[in-house]
Design a protein around this ligand. Structure first.
Ligand code: SF4
Ligand code: SF4
Length: 667
């Protein structure tokens, strides 16, 4: 009979429980797990139902198909139902004093017959032995359904090497069908998930975990049932079957590779290595006994918590007692009875391999992950793949994502943090600038009000004091007082003029301007009595910019005047003009004593001045700031007062957008 099994998905991810730790990806022997929407999803077509992922997921996010409801329905259907229990049961039900209690509990659940799969193992072991002794071909044992799936899907060329024998589970089912008739329904109970889809001959399959849950739901306890023995035929050495090498021990075959012809490999890496070596003719043995788990006693359907060697010891102990108490005559008679049973099984290849990508593609992906050469291959396994190269192959095959690379993700996170820090700094600067603008706007309103009110009376004072001064005679004692009044009234006028200027910056009248010419021209009005050197440098191809020339002239002359005034003992004023397609940048650097850090924060605040009383109004820099902002530009100041840190002095740098006609917009 050809065993195609039943094609149904057995392993699932419980949504939202997955923490994307990649542990299951790492443990999956066939890489059948893909990260989709932040969850490690099982790809049904690739899965061999080994259950490794279920065992390793600490979050309980990987679950297997439950058949408890279906079994309950079957038990209530009126059909005769037989439970066939895997020989690993002593490792699971070590809490029961006697196996007969378990049999009683199964009968209490509603099973009509309770049989041992170990008898099927006895039958199969005999056939294995004959096959190995009489056949020149090399074989791979076919009793582990996950291994059979692995060979059928990933090494289809080796399907011909699968032992053409039914598994103990199927053999036991055939025994029961022969004994009770084809109508009897069979439920397998064991430690394995893959058994749920191994064969259509078996009606349903439960794991030990599910069986325990059913006992609990039905409140069936050891104390509530009568003990009972298994139904015949009873098993002999088949009880040893679930531990690795169990099949060999059952057959009485030596597995030593130097003397015998058998190699045993159990567990995710070992069985894959063994199959690869077998396929590449590196093994000279005739037979591979493979188990996907570390023996069936470590299957994913066992309850958690048991230790491997303790479980093996429980199986050995049970098998020992079984053999000691075995009615050998009856056992042999039973073997005879079923000797003519057809245990032949054939398997079909279903190739699910994905083509390997070419080298060029692999390198492209590796480079996109920052891996330029072998020295960049950390092969840390954090992504779930053993090597960076395997990870790259999986990405190309659509099974993985580059984000699974932990070092790469950490590096990206660092970059994001840097960008965030930068954005946060920019945000802080913008907030500061906004605060400053608001302050200036309020000051502007206040200034405008005061200036308008003062301007007229001041005009009258200036006019009449000048008339009186002109009318006074030389030597008149009042003349000196009148001169003082005129002087102070002029000063007041300047302040009011400054206030009006400051308050007037409401709109920009853009004019096309040659910025180099314009800046050069601005320096002509500087009174340079101290013989300060002006160092002029331009690095700009396109000199055209749109600015409000009147306003911008105030900016430049204010900054130049401040720079000159900051250099009492002479020095150099360096003016630089640079530009690109978007902006022009003009900087004014003096070699003065610099602005102290505590004053730096206040320099754009109206009426703040460090000049002597009577020398400055404290409105120049706020005016500069307001005009630059009106041009949608930026102004920065850097200053050093500490000669130990480098040359002292201050640099004001203005950045102005070119404000081409299409970009001009009144603010
Ligand atoms: S083991 Fe797999 S299913 Fe479980 S949390 Fe980790 S990635 Fe998710
Ligand atoms: S059951 Fe096995 S093959 Fe399937 S996804 Fe889980 S680890 Fe992979």
């Amino acid at each position: 009979m050809t065993n195609t099994g039943t094609y149904k998905q057995l392993v699932f991810t419980e949504k939202d429980k997955c923490r994307v730790c990649y542990t299951c990806v790492r443990e999956c022997p066939v890489k059948a797990i893909k990260i989709i929407d932040g969850q490690a999803e099982v790809i049904h077509e690739r899965c061999i139902a080994c259950g490794n992922c279920v065992k390793v997921c600490s979050q309980g996010a990987k679950v297997f198909l439950s058949t408890t409801e279906a079994v309950l329905e079957l038990l209530n259907s009126g059909n005769q139902v037989a439970a066939i229990i895997a020989p690993s049961f002593p490792a699971e039900f070590s809490d029961l004093d006697d196996y007969r209690v378990l049999v009683g509990m199964l009968r209490s659940l509603g099973f009509d017959f309770v049989n041992e799969v170990a008898f099927g193992a006895d039958l199969v072991a005999q056939e294995y032995k004959k096959l190995l002794q009489n056949n020149g071909q090399s074989f791979i044992s076919s009793d582990c359904p996950a291994i059979v799936n692995y060979i059928r899907h990933y090494h289809p060329g080796l399907v011909k090497n699968l032992t053409p024998l039914a598994s103990p589970m199927v053999a036991t089912t055939r025994v029961l069908k022969k004994k009770y008739g084809e109508q009897v329904k069979v439920v397998f109970i064991g430690p394995c998930i893959a058994k749920k889809a191994e064969s259509s001959e078996v009606d349903l399959s439960l794991t030990f975990k599910e069986l325990r849950a059913m006992f609990e739901a039905k409140q069936i306890t050891p104390g509530s049932v009568d003990s009972s023995n298994f139904d015949p035929p009873h098993a002999g050495k088949g009880s040893i079957f679930p531990i690795s090498r169990g099949l060999l021990q059952n057959m009485g075959i030596n597995e030593d590779i130097t003397e015998g012809n058998v190699i045993v490999a159990a567990g995710r890496s070992n069985f894959r290595d063994a199959v690869n070596e077998f396929e590449n003719n590196h093994l000279y043995s005739k037979h591979l006994e493979l188990l996907c788990c570390d023996g069936c006693v470590m299957g994913p359907g066992m309850s958690n918590g048991g230790k491997k060697y303790a479980r093996r010891a429980l199986i050995s102990e049970f098998a020992k007692q079984k053999i000691e108490n075995l009615d050998e005559v009856q056992w042999k008679k039973d073997l005879e009875t079923y000797a003519d049973l057809d245990l032949i099984q054939s398997f079909e290849a279903v190739d699910r391999r994905v083509d390997d990508p070419d080298e060029e593609q692999i390198w492209e992906v590796l480079k996109s992950m920052g891996k330029q050469g072998p020295t960049d291959f950390l092969n840390c396994g954090a992504c779930g793949y053993d090597t960076c190269r395997e990870h790259a192959v999986a990405i190309i095959q659509g099974l993985a994502e580059s984000e699974m690379c932990l070092p790469l993700t950490i590096e990206r996170l660092h970059n994001s943090i840097d960008k965030l820090n930068l954005s946060s700094q920019e945000l802080a600067n913008a907030k500061l600038a906004l605060k400053q603008s608001e302050k200036l706007a309020h000051m502007g309103q206040l200034s405008a009000g005061i200036a308008h009110e003062l301007n007229n009376p001041l005009g009258v004072i200036t006019m009449y004091s000048n008339i009186l001064k002109d009318e006074s005679k030389d030597g008149d004692p009042i003349r000196e007082d009148l001169e003082l009044i005129v002087e102070q009234a002029d000063r007041c006028k300047k302040i009011v003029g400054g206030l009006l200027n400051f308050a007037r910056q409401k709109q920009v009248n853009y004019q096309q301007t040659d910025i180099v010419e314009f800046v050069r021209h601005s320096t002509e009005s500087i009174i340079n009595e101290k013989g300060i050197r002006i160092d002029f440098e331009e690095k700009i191809d396109d000199r055209v910019v749109f600015i409000d020339q009147d306003q911008m002239m105030q900016v430049l002359t204010n900054l130049e005047k401040n720079a000159v005034e900051a250099m009492n003992n002479g020095g150099t004023l360096s003016i630089r003009i640079e530009g690109d397609e978007e902006d022009v940048r003009i900087s004014f650097s003096d070699t003065g004593t610099g602005i102290s850090p505590e004053n730096m924060e206040k320099i754009f605040t109206p009426f703040f001045t460090t000049k002597q009383i009577g020398k400055g109004t404290g409105l120049g820099l706020p005016l500069v700031y307001g005009i630059v902002k009106m041009h949608k530009g930026k102004i920065d100041v850097q200053s050093n007062t500490d000669p130990e840190k480098g040359p002292t002095g201050t640099t004001f740098a203005i950045k102005l957008p070119r404000n081409k006609q299409e970009d001009q917009m009144a603010v």
